[in-house]
Design a protein around this ligand. Structure first.
Ligand code: GLU
Length: 386
């Protein structure tokens, strides 16, 4: 059978492919340290698991309204309004897995030939989603020397009559950069001036360190009507496998994207929705403890990296990724392969995140301190042998 031209043109997800390979190698009994896929190694907090069990046992196992259960939509809107300052209500919320939201937004808004401006490097699936719609990614380079902050002047220079959307992801996967308020204001001005829509992926919004502050562009003056904000529970509450998150947008846009939801998955999984309500409304101590752990691990990994000749790393203000720059004269794919095959340690090659990612690799430090010490020891050995 012949797959579509559309699909032939895109590679499999670089992050998911490495995670699959790691699982396979572990299954074969190989002792792999994984810094590859971005997922917390903690268990989901007990109060959330209990809420899920309760909903399963009470028979809450059927379809829900396709936009999500009303109590959850209301709770998300209230939390986003209070915390992010986005002027939203329940009618502005669609409950859906975060990655599904990103995919549906691309399908809902991009026509063939439309151009989408996105930072380089950025998370692997934005480009794939854009290409699957026949649209064209237009990368705006961000630099190690500037801490990977987006330069609004470069965004402005990338705008053409075909530009439809600007994609932002702060804190960023893979760099961990938290975009400053001034940058987001600059991008907001461009979006308003050129009449563009903004899609902002804020999935790492709660994983922030050293007093960095997360800003939502949808909360800036006159931005709500042209912005879709996407976030979810996966990273904040160690709920990656639950597949539940949301998008926030004007009501007409929620209805438009819900058409795709109703024709694809119908609704988000039913029994995770009362659990999501508990995550948002229930006690938050576990979340705070996990973020404190991530910070400790970040600092440990940064210390160890600083002792490895040939590596240099920007200190990120958020997410749980480091994006070290390497001096070895090989490609990031070759280096990641060497780390895996010779050192039995998995990272993601920087090139998977865009052309500007070449010369870097991504290390997810959502791993135990013992694994960080052992894994970076292995990385040092492999680099030393080059
Ligand atoms: N977003 C995570 C990562 O970048 C999970 C895998 C994926 O969805 O790409 O590793």
């Amino acid at each position: 059978m012949q797959v579509s031209q559309r699909l032939q043109e895109i590679p499999p997800s670089g992050t998911v492919a490495i995670s699959n390979l790691v699982n396979q190698m572990k299954g074969e009994g190989i002792d792999i340290i994984s810094f590859s896929v971005g997922e917390p190694d903690f268990n989901t907090p007990g109060n959330i698991v209990d809420a899920c069990e309760k909903s399963l046992r009470s028979g809450f196992t059927h379809y829900t309204p396709s936009m999500g259960i009303p109590e959850l939509r209301k709770a998300i809107a209230e939390s986003v309004k209070a915390k992010n300052g986005i002027p939203c209500e329940a009618k502005n919320v669609l409950v859906t897995p975060t990655k599904q939201a990103l995919f549906m937004i691309a399908l809902a808004y991009l026509d063939p030939g439309d151009e989408v401006i996105l930072p380089d490097p950025s998370w692997v699936s934005y480009e794939a989603h854009i290409r699957m719609c026949g649209a064209v990614p237009k990368y705006v380079t961000t630099d190690f020397s500037d801490g990977f902050v987006i330069d609004p002047a470069k965004v402005e220079a990338a705008v053409t009559p075909k530009t439809k959307m600007i994609v932002i992801n702060s804190p960023s996967n893979p760099t961990g950069c938290v975009q400053p308020e001034s940058t987001l204001k600059g991008i907001a001005d461009i979006a308003k001036d050129k009449d563009l829509m903004v899609m902002t992926d804020e999935i790492y919004e709660n994983i922030i360190y050293d007093g960095a502050k997360h800003y939502s562009i949808a909360a800036m003056p006159d931005m709500f009507d042209r912005t879709i904000t996407v976030s979810g529970l996966s990273k904040t509450y160690a709920m990656t496998g639950w597949r539940i998150g949301w998008m926030i947008a004007p009501e007409a846009d929620i209805k438009a994207v819900n058409k795709l939801q109703s024709h694809s998955v119908t609704c988000c999984t039913s029994f995770t929705q009362p659990a999501a309500l508990e995550a948002i409304r229930g006690p938050q101590e576990d979340k705070v403890k996990m973020v404190a752990q991530f910070k400790k691990r970040r600092d440990l990994a940064l210390d160890l990296i600083s002792e490895i000749p040939g590596l240099e790393c920007y200190v990120p203000g958020g997410a749980f990724y480091l994006f070290p720059k390497f001096s070895a004269k090989i490609s990031s794919h070759e280096l990641a392969e060497k780390f895996l095959m010779e050192g039995h340690v998995a990272v993601t090659p920087g090139r998977a995140f865009g052309p500007a990612g070449e010369g870097f690799f991504r290390l997810s430090y959502a791993a135990s301190e013992d694994d960080i010490v052992e894994g970076l020891g292995r990385i040092k050995k492999v680099l030393g042998s080059l």
